[in-house]
Design a protein around this ligand. Structure first.
Ligand code: AMP
Ligand code: ZN
Length: 115
C-alpha cells in the first residue's frame, strides 16, 4: 500500500526505532508510548485490520502472537505485558494497518474502568 504509514516504515521511507524484522514481521517503538516499553508488531503484509483476516491468515496471526511473547521477554517484560489490537472505527484504530501493541514496564492500569 503506497500511502500507508506503516508500509512506509517497513520500506524505510519513514524513520522508526526498529525493534525487530524478519521476512514476515516488523516491530518498532511507538512514537507516543504509554508505558516504559511500548512497541508495535506488524505483519509486512498490508492488512487493514482484524476485520480483513480470514482462514488464510491463521498461521500469520499465530506466529504474530508467538513473536510478541518472545519480543516482550527480550525487552525485559518477563513479569508480564499487555497486548492490544484496536480494530476499526468502533475499536478506536487510528492507523489502518494491522498492528499489535506490546506494552509493559512500570504501572499498567486496569484496561477497563468499572466505576
Ligand atoms: P491505533 O490506535 O492502534 O491505530 O494506534 C496507532 C499507534 O501508532 C499510536 O499508538 C501511535 O502513537 C502510533 N504511531 C503513529 N505513527 C507512528 C510512527 N510514525 N512511528 C511510530 N508509531 C506511530
Ligand atoms: Zn500498510
Amino acid at each position: 500500500m503506497s500511502d500507508c504509514i506503516f508500509c512506509k516504515i517497513v520500506r524505510g521511507e519513514i524513520p522508526c526505532r526498529k525493534v525487530y524484522e524478519d521476512d514476515e514481521f516488523f516491530a518498532f517503538h511507538d512514537i507516543n508510548p504509554v508505558a516504559p516499553v511500548h512497541f508495535m508488531l506488524i505483519p509486512k503484509l498490508h492488512l487493514a485490520s482484524l476485520q480483513e483476516v480470514d482462514a488464510s491468515h491463521t498461521a500469520l496471526l499465530g506466529n504474530m502472537l508467538l513473536l510478541a511473547s518472545r519480543l516482550a521477554k527480550e525487552h525485559g517484560l518477563g513479569n508480564g505485558f499487555r497486548t492490544v489490537i484496536n480494530t476499526g472505527k468502533g475499536g478506536g484504530q487510528e492507523v489502518l494497518h494491522l498492528h499489535l501493541h506490546v506494552i509493559g514496564g512500570g504501572h499498567i492500569p486496569p484496561m477497563v474502568r468499572r466505576d
